[in-house]
Design a protein around this ligand. Structure first.
Ligand SMILES: C[S@@+](CC[C@H](N)C(=O)[O-])C[C@H]1O[C@@H](n2cnc3c(N)ncnc32)[C@H](O)[C@@H]1O
Ligand SMILES: [Zn+2]
Length: 307
């Protein structure tokens, strides 16, 4: 598995630059994955330290090997939503940079046995942490209304009503067990014209993956926690892969950059609020990267610096 474990990072140089790495600083890579960003950060450290987190046990096994050459790295198997507890348990009070490169890794998508992709026929799984409820459990057990809500909210799929009804009808005959079975059911529930607009199962697969992994509920709070963990001058950088994620990060950062909130007709400020952060303009991939890596298409990098 190790040799094949790969991930093609998106916005790589932009992200490393955004962290403004100091050789003696403490950094956290919340989504270490194939270790690309973690290695680049570790190489820039002298007396500094890097905490590399991932929730995927397969990624952790590879990271322990790949990052073993760096004494400054501590690999942690956990959900980065627990960043405050993770740092507290390591005795770390403040850090100089936090990175989160959200979503799935190329390895998770391309390894058929993980059941994330409509390109490979495999058991319907999609669990990054390989524990808890799988995608098969979700499509076979949730009510039609709940499936419709998930597919609409997390996939922004306008055919959510007919797709959720088709799922419920299909499972009455036989449990839905594989990625191709689900993909065929989705296709059958969409008008022919819509089927030509990219892969018909893309939005529904995204929605179910987000639900299975709890990717959005709690993301705003997690980004808030990342910022709280920073020392003054420290930066948090988040790479998102779809508009739902990006909106959450943007909305979490925006109030941090705001100062006085007194009504405009007040002659002087009475709230005393000062901006807590400098928020940088969102970065999108350059033309060259867009041409080379289709995963980069909707990627955005957002960075905030603690003042
Ligand atoms: C896009 S990949 C990151 C790739 C990494 N930047 C690299 O250079 O190889 C996302 C990784 O984050 C992990 N992940 C996603 N959500 C997570 C969470 N809430 N907590 C911990 N790890 C998470 C996934 O398991 C996956 O390995
Ligand atoms: Zn004020």
């Amino acid at each position: 598995m190790n040799a094949s474990f790969h991930h093609i990072p998106v916005l790589f140089n932009e992200t490393i630059d955004s962290l403004n790495i100091k050789p003696d600083g403490i950094y956290v890579d919340c989504t270490s994955g194939g270790g690309g960003h973690s290695s680049a950060i570790a190489r820039r450290l002298t007396t500094g330290r890097l905490i590399s987190i991932d929730r995927d046990p397969q990624a952790i096994a590879v990271l322990k090997e790949r990052l073993s050459e760096f004494e400054c790295v501590t690999v942690v198997h956990d959900n980065f939503f627990n960043i405050k507890n993770i740092l507290a348990s390591l005795g770390i009070n403040g850090v100089d940079g936090v990175l989160a490169d959200l979503g799935v890794s190329s390895h998770q998508l391309d390894e058929p046995s993980r059941g994330f992709s409509f390109h490979h026929d495999a058991p319907l799984d999609m669990r990054m942490s390989i524990e808890g409820m799988s995608a098969a459990d979700v499509v076979n057990n949730l009510s039609q209304r709940e499936l419709q809500r998930i597919i609409f909210d997390y996939g922004e799929e306008k055919f959510a009503p007919s797709i959720s009804k088709a799922i419920v009808k299909a499972r009455e005959q036989k449990a839905i067990e594989t990625t191709f079975e689900l993909s065929e059911i989705i296709k059958s529930a969409m008008p022919a014209a819509a089927r030509r607009d990219g892969h018909p199962a893309r939005k529904t697969f995204q929605a179910i993956r987000i639900y299975v992994n709890g990717e959005l509920d709690g993301l705003g709070d997690a980004v808030g926690d990342m910022f709280e963990c920073l020392n003054k001058g420290g930066r948090v950088s988040v790479i998102t892969f779809h508009s739902l994620e990006d909106r959450i990060v943007k909305q979490q950062f925006a109030p941090l950059a705001k100062g006085c909130t007194c009504p405009k007709n007040f002659p002087v400020c009475v709230c005393g609020k000062k901006p807590e952060a400098k928020v940088f303009k969102a970065v999108a991939p350059a033309e060259k990267e867009l041409g080379e890596n289709s995963r980069s298409r909707s990627a955005r990098l957002r960075t905030a610096e603690k003042l």
